[in-house]
Design a protein around this ligand. Sequence first.
Ligand SMILES: CC(C)(COP(=O)(O)OP(=O)(O)OC[C@H]1O[C@@H](n2cnc3c(N)ncnc32)[C@H](O)[C@@H]1OP(=O)(O)O)[C@@H](O)C(=O)NCCC(=O)NCCSC(=O)CC(=O)CCCCCCCCCCCCC(=O)O
Ligand SMILES: NC(=O)C1=CN([C@@H]2O[C@H](COP(=O)(O)OP(=O)(O)OC[C@H]3O[C@@H](n4cnc5c(N)ncnc54)[C@H](O)[C@@H]3O)[C@@H](O)[C@H]2O)C=CC1
Length: 525
Amino acid sequence: MVDYITRDGVALLQVNNPPVNALSHNVRAEIKNGLDEAGQDKQIKAIVISGKRSFIAGADITEFKSGSYSEWPTIIDLCDLIESSGKPVVAAIKGFALGGGHEIAISCHYRIAHEKSKFGFPEVDIGILPAAGGTQRFPRLVGLEAALDLIPSGRHIGAAQAFKLGIVDKVVRGDAVEEAVKFAKSIAGEPLVDRRTSQRPVMGAENAVSLRDAAVKLAMKKKKGMIAPIHCIKAVMGSLLPFEQGMEIEASEGFMLFTSGQMGALQYAFFAQRAAPKWSLPCGASFKTVKGRPIRNAAVIGAGTMGTGIAMAMLNAGIPVTLVEQDRKFLDKGVSLLKLLYAGSVSLRKITQDQCDAILSKLNTAVGYKSLTNVDLVIEAVYENMALKKQIFAELDRICPPETFLWTNTSALDIDEIASATRRPDKVLGTHFFVPAYHMKLLENVRGKLTSAETVASAQMFGTRIGKIPVVVGNCHGFVGNRMLHKYAHESDFLIEEGCWPEDVDMVAENFGLPLGPFKVRDLS
Ligand SMILES: CC(C)(COP(=O)(O)OP(=O)(O)OC[C@H]1O[C@@H](n2cnc3c(N)ncnc32)[C@H](O)[C@@H]1OP(=O)(O)O)[C@@H](O)C(=O)NCCC(=O)NCCSC(=O)CC(=O)CCCCCCCCCCCCC(=O)O
Ligand SMILES: NC(=O)C1=CN([C@@H]2O[C@H](COP(=O)(O)OP(=O)(O)OC[C@H]3O[C@@H](n4cnc5c(N)ncnc54)[C@H](O)[C@@H]3O)[C@@H](O)[C@H]2O)C=CC1
């Protein structure tokens, strides 16, 4: 799990624990053994820690449930051992340095990073804090302001920004490991005192109160209902005390999170989100055995609320889209809405005007279906009316090439009945997006009786490509999402009947952490 390689006086400890080099117990034990061996070997003058393929994505999240995260050596022990090593330790970072991986990196005396590497403390999003000294060393490395930005937000940053903040000492284009080995040889024997992060003062301490208040305000706005950001902030503020006292604060703030229900729920969600896109069919086909067909271009029928949102989701992923309407007036309305949404993204600086122009250059429009003779995929998003949908599917079946997928965004109608209007029921499937379709992550891929495994695989691959979490569901009234939403909507309605105002119900749901309350969602739909 950790390869020990010697190179001309340098010991290279290379973590090899696929898929993401998580710091499972065995990995921690082997890193410790490697550090001991390198420390005792007189021929070794410096140590490099790296990861095969990528650096280290943090603690092994499964161990928070099993409890082995706290078995010796913990990540805290490793960080202390690395920092106190008498021989210089250099982190060679490519790919991700996240969470506990980032904590290991900032405990090293130097960091060499590939230009495409990423850094972050995503702990907050799984209900915990960087509990291996991250809340204490990081402010000492980058200052209080940057630490109060990056730890409670969990935001990832790239190598260039990491260099600007002082996280990394050198950014390289070539092989980070080779560069780090070369660098390690060049600094062997130099004093390490000022390279030990825990010994440094925290910059920005004079503005501590205003920085803390701003961080709390932002966390309450951006991470509503979550307790971890506030504990992260309290722990970071502990860095203003001597290191050992700060570590005690980190441990007590961490303890409250490690014993919270939110930690369990968020970590369940982490694994559930990754399990959801995996699928298998009763015939035995699964994501392991069937490859999907890539979508090179697509059409969307209906430029209303959902059609424009679906078109936008595809355009954002670089897929050329033809937006089709029944008449010019509705088409113009849909295209204006799309342009307005993109102009909003430009004014919010989410994209540049050039990017906006490039995206919109991939949008074509049409009235009627005659031009759809060369598309890989059509997604229908017209009114929720079975007769209309069947008529459109029959016509598309006549016009589109036989291999074109014909998918429908119906909220609740029977996929098999829609498919029966075509001669290709194997290529018909429900792609149920949620409003606003360009933003919401969930995509239900509804499998009909005759939908083929290739169609399911293609829809799942398509969902991932456009940035969704695609989930295969069965064909029944309302599928899964809407059956759940119906209960939620009923309870919200009962509250109105009992005398609440819609805005009160929305406020409670939003304070709980939902981005929009149930009545605001209905206004959007
Ligand atoms: C890394 C990623 C960005 C990669 O993304 P991508 O390529 O898209 O792959 P994914 O599909 O996301 O993942 C692939 C595969 O890997 C699995 N996986 C990913 N990350 C982890 C992980 N960290 N652990 C385990 N498994 C992981 C994922 O489930 C997939 O599996 P598959 O579905 O089976 O294929 C992306 O994966 C990502 O963002 N990962 C998460 C990164 C993260 O959150 N890192 C932080 C982890 S938490 C951490 O590091 C904690 C710490 O800093 C401190 C620990 C402190 C320990 C303290 C010692 C204890 C002392 C005692 C305290 C006493 C308290 C008490 O009383 O209890
Ligand atoms: N609005 C929502 O929140 C959600 C809606 N859906 C489903 O998505 C579908 C579309 O819903 P909305 O976008 O809300 O409807 P909408 O009323 O906003 O838009 C429908 C569009 O289809 C166009 N249209 C009608 N007949 C057409 C035809 N023959 N050819 C081309 N265009 C035609 C209309 O002119 C209109 O612009 C429905 O099946 C709905 O159930 C699914 C998820 C969420």
